[in-house]
Every structure is written in structure tokens, then in C-alpha cells.
Ligand binder design. Sequence first.
Ligand SMILES: NC(=O)c1ccc[n+]([C@@H]2O[C@H](COP(=O)([O-])OP(=O)(O)OC[C@H]3O[C@@H](n4cnc5c(N)ncnc54)[C@H](O)[C@@H]3O)[C@@H](O)[C@H]2O)c1
Length: 254
Amino acid sequence: MTARFAGRVALVTGAGQGVGAATATELAKGGATLVLNDVDDAKLQASAEQLRALGATVSTYAGSVTDASIVAAMAEAAIAEHGKVDLLLNNVGGGPPMTPWNEFAESDLAHFRAIFEVNFFSQAMVLRALLPQMIARGYGKVVCVSSMSAVMGQESGSAYASGKLALHALVSSVSKEVARKGVNVNAVVLGNPPHWTRTPDRQAYLDRLSHIDRVGQLEEFGKGIAFLLSDDASYITGAAIPIDGGITTPRMNG
Ligand SMILES: NC(=O)c1ccc[n+]([C@@H]2O[C@H](COP(=O)([O-])OP(=O)(O)OC[C@H]3O[C@@H](n4cnc5c(N)ncnc54)[C@H](O)[C@@H]3O)[C@@H](O)[C@H]2O)c1
């Protein structure tokens, strides 16, 4: 049986830990060649070593995807080395500790813009850099990582929620432009993975929010995203798909 990502080249941003690393692991298990990015080179190299231990071919590109020159150089290097990028996981984004939460009435707009840079423009830039070669070859799978904050709203997190929701409009729009060109573009609306530090009260609240009474495991996010990057998801495009244990659809009966 052929591995499901055999012959595919995948680029994963923010692959040093968390959702990016978990999805890269699923792609590696499926036989993909990987180009990993992270702003933290030590985490990036550690992640790459773990995937090489699984037998994957892995190259790394350290740097921030909020920097247009880094994004351009990364895309150029990936294509020069592998001839193509078939699969893109646009994973970089985040709220605190990267950016402090604050209420909109107290926020300054420079801060608001900075959160958009990380959560929206970084992903738009990477997509813009890699999409033309996908269109030219008639093949591509793109997943942009959003959050339940985008669809639920988030008190003291309006910039993060807004930046993530802007991704949904980008995905929906671009997907229509490229649907007949062999390229699928989707967003994933993630619930909380377990690896973020939180208080026991906060943990209990997040567990309760999910219909299955727990936050998701990183592996569950990775597997869901890998499915969308696979040919098994060939008829799914333009969607913002929750991977959230049901959090974004409230219970009717408590
Ligand atoms: N953690 C959550 O609760 C949660 C919930 C919903 C959605 N998400 C989204 O999932 C995605 C991944 O989240 P995570 O929890 O795995 O994050 P994480 O903070 O655990 O890991 C993010 C990785 O990205 C790297 N990174 C950060 N900024 C970067 C930049 N500018 N350029 C390159 N690399 C950069 C970090 O060094 C880190 O290795 C993000 O888009 C996040 O917004 C997270």
C-alpha cells in the first residue's frame, strides 16, 4: 500500500512545537517530505530531528513568517530544494504570551495591528508565496489554522479573534479562485490543545465546554489537519472546519 503522502512536499510553519509539530508528525508518518519553519531555531531543529527519526526527509527554515523577506526566501529555498510545495500548513498564530490580552476599550491600535500581523498577514503572505506554483502544477492542499475565538468571539481577545476570522474570508475567497485548478484551501477552527499553561479552574472550564468533557490532544488536532491535507479530503474546500470537541456548537439541553 502506498503511503498517503508519498511524493508530496509539505511546508509547515510554526513547526517547533504544538499543533505544527503534531501535524508534521502525521505528515511524516504518511511519507511526506517536510520543510519546517519556526522562529525559534532550537525548537525547530529538535522537531526536525524527531521527524528524521521517523524516517522523514526534513529541511528547516528558521525565521519569522511576519517578515516578508523571510517568507519570500523560504518559499524560494523550498522550491529550489524540492522542486515544489504540494501541501501548506499555515499554522503560525497566537495570543498570549505572544501578545497580552486586553479589552478593546483599553487597547492601542498598534498592538491590534501586531496581532493581525501574526495571525492574519503572516498566513496571507505564505499562501501568496506558494499558491502560484500550486496553480501552475494543478495540485495543492492548504490548511490555515484558525481558532474557536473567531466564531465565538473572545472577551479581552478581540484582536486575536478578528485576525483569525479574517482568515476565514481569505480562505473562502481564495478557495473559489483556485477550486478548478486542483487546489483545496480550508481553515480549521481549533479548540484548546492541552499544552498551554492554565490554572486548574480554567482547565476545568475548558473541559466542560467540550461536549466530550475534555480539551483535545495534540495528536487529535494533527490527525484532523492531516486528513484535510490528504487526497481523502479532495471534495472539501472553502470550509472552516471545527476540530474542537463540539465547543463551537452549544448544547441545547445543558
Ligand atoms: N493553543 C491554543 O489554545 C489554540 C487554540 C486555537 C487555535 N490555536 C492556533 O493554533 C496555531 C498553533 O497554536 P499552538 O498552540 O500549537 O502554538 P504554540 O505557541 O504551542 O506553537 C507555535 C509555534 O510557532 C512558532 N512561532 C511563533 N511565531 C512565529 C513566527 N512569527 N514565525 C515562525 N514561527 C513562529 C513558535 O516558536 C512555536 O514553536 C496558532 O495559529 C494558534 O492561534 C491555538
